[in-house]
Design a protein around this ligand. Sequence first.
Ligand code: SUG
Length: 441
Amino acid sequence: MLTEINIDALVGPTHHFGGLGVGNMASLAHQQQVSHPKLAALEGVAKAALIASLGIPQFIWLPPLRPRFDLLSAFGFSGTADEQLSAARQAAPRALSAIYSSAFMWAANSATVSPVSDTSDKRLHITPANLISSWHRAGEASERTIDFEKLFNGLSNVVVHPALPSIVPLRDEGAANHMRLCDSSGLHGFNLFVYGEDELEPEPASKFLPRQTRAAFEAIARAHRLDPQTTVFLRQHPAAISAGVFHNDVIATSHQHLLIHHDLAFWNAEETLQRMENLFLAQTGQPLIRIVVSQDELPLEAAVQSYFFNSQLLTLPGSDRMTIVCPTQCQSIPAARKLVDRLVAQSNIPIDSVHYVSLHESMANGGGPACLRLRIPVDVETLSNMNPALRMSERLADRLCEAIERWYPDRVEPHDLVDTDFIAAARRAVAELNRVTNAKE
Ligand code: SUG
């Protein structure tokens, strides 16, 4: 039996709107607006605490330090901190924004994960995503590699691979483009890897650079020793990428034997999906429930605005029923609200309840509930050996909230990025979070 754990990454004190998300409509729309790191972090903790309160194992990663002066030097800026910052503001504002980025908060992009039951060597494989499509995210992989090692306390059945090489044909954004379907024991897994670009099939093109390539996922599937029989590669619909679907988890979602996707999620995929449905039934004895949401029911634009597909589907412990955690935008956008109500009401769909969560600041940068978390299916022994200091509880949530209230800035404006007092305050905030997390009872 495998249990799915969730890891959320806490928003950092330098959270701001840099407009850096490639093909990400919300990020582009909010560029240079005033951000609210304190509110963003409190919203994130509240969401993670809600999941923990449902009895689901929930962990949290603390923010790494920003700004990254090492990157600023690599971008060619030298001199004192003040000189580097003001030169970057003049000559390369996107580079300046990148070194302050809090994009590590979207843990769904941290890695691709394959549990012990899917891999031929029976080890848990993790490949941190190289995130090389944009200015601000490529630096995350090295930080995450260390985070994974700490989270699993050096367990011998966990392999943390290096991120894929930083080669344009190997662009990788991790679990946001990977869906693992399985039976209720979690042991029979099917892996769906969704890519936006295949060098061998360049047409039809999309308006924005596809951030995930097929070659990247093929490399990961090989490294993770997955069974080719139960591994499927699907191409994202170019129209979806052009409409602002920069990751698959903005247009499709899955949990166990439930797969929900928009009609325009994939390109030419129907035959492959039907084959997979048959194989799923043959191997697990359980039917795959596949719900295709039509353009009439939820137009692409409303899917992107509401982030319905970025809701979290969770199985409640001790039952085979699910709950759905949706962003509040799904409450206010009528088509999304109707869809949620339909799914909860329909008796042949295992979703029984809905929780709406406010993630206003993350959403304004294109990150919904599912973006903020990484799922890892683990066995009982692995779970019991995971770092308890990072496990979310009411007590940890209270401690984090107290520190955030006290040390996080209320607002960040573009000019703060050249202010060394702002940098000192941000460093202090991260140090305080580390202190409260490590404090004994
Ligand atoms: O990579 N936004 C992130 C949002 C990531 C959402 N993750 C998932 N869909 N799983 C991105 O585009 C905006 C940062 C800025 O503009 O400052 C940003 O990086």
